[in-house]
Design a protein around this ligand. Structure first.
Ligand code: ZN
Ligand code: ZN
Length: 182
């Protein structure tokens, strides 16, 4: 979705959407995602572009989702994401001016655009990608891969018995225990 700055009404622009696939489409096509990361293009929520004191503000509250690969068991899983955005949108001018702008208003985070077109999808996608965890986990206590068969531990595909999963470092101790026990 592309919005020309000079087409934004003085009172601002507010858009609500449900399961919308258009919003992210262009941004997704133009962005190479990190490996193992997929973004669900369906977005639900709202965004507002407001004009205040000669500045453009982009605010959004959006429910999104991504598909990630678990860093322990390599299983793909869906992770819902709530994105709340509150940014000043500024046109990129010269590098010095950008520096000054950030210096003047250091409290508000700025999103810089080239030219005079805002793509809300681009802002939302960037914010979503900031939420991608360094080490995604399918669940907090994911047991990882079975050292015997290499499949996710505890999954139906792993039929190794608990016994065989005993850490080799403990195996000697186990044998000792067997000897001691009458
Ligand atoms: Zn996992
Ligand atoms: Zn196994």
């Amino acid at each position: 979705m592309r919005i020309r700055i000079d087409e934004i009404p003085r009172k601002g622009l507010s858009v609500e959407f449900t399961d919308d696939e258009e919003l992210l489409a262009q941004a997704l096509a133009a962005t190479s995602l990190p490996p193992g990361v997929q973004i669900d293009p369906r977005l639900t929520g709202r965004f507002t572009i407001a004009r205040r004191k000669g500045e453009l503000f982009f605010e959004a509250a959006i429910d999104a989702a991504m598909r990630l690969q678990c860093s322990r068991c390599l299983t793909e899983f869906r992770q819902p994401e709530r994105v709340d955005i509150d940014l000043v949108v500024r046109q990129r001018t010269s590098p010095e001016q950008d520096m000054n702008a950030e210096f003047v208003d250091s409290e508000a985070e700025a999103f810089f655009i080239d030219g005079d077109v805002i793509d809300p999808g681009e802002i939302i996608l960037q914010e979503l990608l900031l939420n991608v965890p360094m080490k995604p986990l399918c669940k907090e206590d994911c047991p990882g891969l079975c050292p015997t068969c290499g499949r996710p531990k505890g999954s139906p595909q792993c039929t190794c018995s608990e016994e065989r999963r005993v850490d080799p470092r403990w195996a000697a101790l186990e044998r000792l225990k067997e000897k001691i026990t009458p």
